[in-house]
Write a protein that binds this ligand. Structure first.
Ligand code: ADP
Ligand code: ASP
Ligand code: MG
Length: 458
């Protein structure tokens, strides 16, 4: 069995939905289980609708239109999503009456994107002679904790998923990514881009041979191809390298998505829906050491830098513990941290609760906050051996006049990360890519000498 996850970019038009159907049909012999995201742009639209509803307005015209623009040319009946549309409208009306939007009701609103997409995809597959069934992940057994907006799948849901998935021998299950339910039966979401995690969790639970992430680029590349035109596809990545690059923002994989695959040692392959014959990137437990220090350069924009200076002269005993207690109680997730004798700097992309966290921190420290920052990170197992890598980073940036606010190299020493202004990201990445990968036209050099270590061997 294989799990095939198709992102919103792969489901944006009738043509791409047809391509997805052909890709799945060509792999029927592998026993495909499909996980889908919402159609491109829909989740953002649902967040906006929730926002409008809380301010007293609700209008689903544009949302319906996006879906009808897919349903009509695909020759499907509009009625396949009517029940969900009605339910969503009731919900938005309720929110607009009470003018209150809790994290729980927000998850409920944004969950409709995946409910629509699974119904449209399953109906189109079936109409094309490929019997398929739309399945809500929670009906399959996927259960999470109750951290609305960022929920974690519970490992005890694995057994139910493994059992229920066997019921789909005659039809291809088209499963909702991103959404689940908690123990109380309330809808939860797994965080933005969470369909990757759904696919990996279901794949691990069901003992899939491979988890495939189908997207709009040729796999994981040496840099975001939207920034560096001549970036190259990386054929093989270790789980460790891939976890770092996902954590530091290479949108192509959700940061937690690899965890279930790592636990069960299942290869994850990143593939291009628009070029299905391209082998993409395979992420495995272990790959041989690379000849190049760096494998990829990733970035994460729109971070906030929090500088905290202890009001006592030194960071006295217990200060750090108190700091983390405050951040934890407000559910602020920290990406990067640097300390000196009297100060601590850290970055976060958490918006919710940030103001209240800063207020509490200010009661025992001096706090300043700077927005519009970005982490840029060079990732590669070869960095461990290459003592000159940090020097090359600085050399590349020296001529670019980029202001570096923070630097960090993790204990595993497979990344060098630094904080710059949002506005400097593009030229920082282009300069680093040139330094580490040349002009990028020698695509074979990126993977040269890299042999795949036997994934099943230790
Ligand atoms: P999907 O809708 O399929 O989930 P995403 O937009 O979440 O697609 O992820 C794919 C995008 O990730 C690509 O279009 C690309 O712009 C971006 N990306 C960022 N860094 C990388 C990288 N190193 N390699 C490949 N893609 C990257
Ligand atoms: N539709 C969700 C989002 O836009 C989940 C996903 O795409 O994976 O974040
Ligand atoms: Mg994605």
């Amino acid at each position: 069995m294989i799990v095939m996850k198709f992102g919103g970019t792969s489901l944006g038009t009738p043509d791409t939905i047809n391509t997805v159907m052909e890709i799945v049909r060509d792999r029927l012999a592998d026993g495909p289980v499909v996980v889908t995201s919402a159609h491109a742009g829909v989740t953002n639209m649902l967040f906006d609708l929730a926002d409008c509803a809380v301010r007293g307005r609700h209008d689903t015209f544009d949302l319906r239109q996006i879906h009808y623009n897919l349903i009509d040319p695909l020759g499907l009946e509009r009625s396949i999503i009517q029940h969900d549309i009605d339910e969503l409208e009731e919900l938005l009306k309720g929110i607009s009456y009470v003018k209150e939007l809790t994290p729980r009701s927000l998850d409920y609103v944004v969950s409709f994107g995946e409910k629509f997409s699974t119904k449209i995809v399953a109906a189109y597959f079936s109409r094309s002679g490929l019997p398929a069934a739309a399945v809500n992940s929670y009906d399959l057994g996927l259960m999470t904790d109750s951290h609305f907006g960022d929920a974690n799948p519970l490992s005890r849901s694995e057994a139910a998923i493994a059992e229920n998935i066997t019921k789909y021998a005659e039809e291809v299950p088209i499963i909702t990514g991103y959404i689940a339910k908690d123990e109380n039966g309330d809808i939860t979401t797994l965080g933005r881009s969470g369909s990757d995690l759904t696919a990996s969790f279901i794949g691990a639970a069901a003992g899939a041979e491979e988890i495939q992430i189908w997207t709009d680029v040729d796999g994981v590349m040496t840099a975001d191809p939207n920034i560096v035109e001549n970036s190259s596809t990386i054929s093989y990545l270790s789980f460790e390298e891939a976890s770092e690059l996902a954590y530091y923002g290479a949108r192509v994989i959700h940061p937690s998505a690899l965890v279930p695959a790592i636990k069960k040692d299942i290869p994850v392959r990143v593939l291009n829906t628009y070029k299905p014959e391209h082998p993409g990137t395979v992420i495995l437990r272990r790959c041989e050491e690379t000849p190049t220090a760096a494998r990829t350069i990733v970035y994460k924009k729109n971070l906030t830098l929090i500088n905290i200076v202890s009001t006592r002269m030194l960071l006295q005993h217990g200060f750090m513990a108190r700091l983390f207690e405050t951040l934890n109680s407000h559910r602020i997730v920290i990406d990067m941290i640097a300390t000196s004798e009297v100060s601590v700097s850290m970055t976060t992309d958490t918006r919710r609760n940030l103001r209240s966290a800063v207020r509490e921190l200010s009661s025992y420290a001096e706090v300043t906050v700077e927005d519009q920052k970005a982490i840029v990170c060079v990732v590669g197992e070869g960095i461990r051996r290459d003592h000159g890598a940090p020097g090359r980073v600085f050399h590349a940036l020296a001529g670019e006049n980029v202001n570096i606010h923070m630097i960090s190299q993790g204990a595993t020493r497979i990344n060098i990360a630094f904080l710059v202004d949002n506005a400097d990201v593009e030229r920082t990445i282009r300069a680093l890519h040139k330094k580490f990968f040349g002009d990028g036209t020698d695509h074979d050099a990126v993977n040269a000498g890299r042999k795949l270590a036997d994934n099943s061997a230790d």
